[in-house]
Design a protein around this ligand. Structure first.
Ligand code: FE2
Length: 270
């Protein structure tokens, strides 16, 4: 699936941009499916907000049980202090996760067509397992910032093996909150680890408290249909979206089943 030059680039930079990976028609098909799911979604009395900064606070049962379900998480600014919606339901969703690839036939077909396991094998993942999928919306005006993080912090294996696949469903620009990455940063140790606690809930364990290097982030502005492959230890970030355009993306994370999957990862596996 990948040529030698692409593989080398991935190992050097910690990420790889593959343009024209899927058609605009496929992107639209997935976005239409998401719109249908949101239309049918009935927000609970106490909707769950997703923010990466406050993952611990928002790690309630709805989040922790979403690994093999289709659950809906709101943008933080979609609710006011009194808990009332500030926007229409269709513009309120931060993301849908994390079992879309398992449960929804449209997403399942889309994922099958992408052949992620074959790409993962090119990147030395011996036994690729499609662990979690997300449809991310980055809604107009209220799309939340995602702070600098490493995906392996959330999906721990021994040894580390997580690879992220991120597909732009719409053009991603600096204005609407495209990905930004710390090129070569995957050579650094993991900063922290997110896991379940013995007595319930979750917490971050600090593994390395040294500051992030003082290096500008690469701004990854890409067209709809572009795939960005992310090494699990690559620090990446996206800014809040204050523009009037959404920045939808589909992501899937793969781990190597030849590695040991941590039992206290937030996402439980059967
Ligand atoms: Fe990420």
């Amino acid at each position: 699936m990948l040529n030698e030059k692409q593989i080398q680039r991935f190992y050097e930079d910690g990420f790889l941009v593959v343009e024209d990976f899927v058609s605009e028609q496929s992107c639209k098909h997935i976005m239409d499916q998401a719109a249908g799911l949101i239309h049918d979604f009935q927000p609970a009395d106490r909707p769950t907000i997703f923010t990466s900064d406050e993952q611990v606070r928002h790690s309630d049962q709805y989040f922790l049980s979403s690994g093999e379900k289709i659950h809906f998480f709101l943008e933080e600014e979609a609710l006011d202090k009194a808990g009332n919606f500030t926007v229409d339901k269709m513009q309120s969703i931060n993301k849908i996760g994390h079992g879309l690839h398992l449960l929804d036939p449209v997403y399942r077909d889309f994922v099958a067509g992408c052949n992620f396991p074959a790409i993962a094998r090119d990147l030395n993942v011996a036994d690729p397992y499609l662990l979690q999928s997300m449809h991310i919306f980055k809604q107009p005006k209220i799309g939340g910032e995602v702070s600098l993080h490493q995906d392996s912090s959330f999906l721990w294996t021994e040894p580390l093996s997580c690879v992220g696949f991120w597909i732009a469903l719409e053009d991603a620009t600096l204005e609407n909150g495209c990905l930004q990455a710390l090129k070569g940063g995957h050579h650094m140790a993991l900063k922290k680890r997110f896991h379940r606690n013995d007595k319930g809930g979750t917490s971050f364990e600090v593994l390395d408290d040294s500051p992030w290097p003082d290096q500008p982030l690469d701004v990854l502005e890409v067209k709809a249909g572009t795939l960005i492959i992310l090494h699990g230890a690559l620090p990446h970030y996206s800014a809040a979206n204050r523009s009037d355009k959404s920045r939808q993306a589909f992501t899937i994370h793969v781990v190597d089943d030849a590695c040991e999957y941590a039992k206290d990862n937030w996402l439980k596996r059967n």
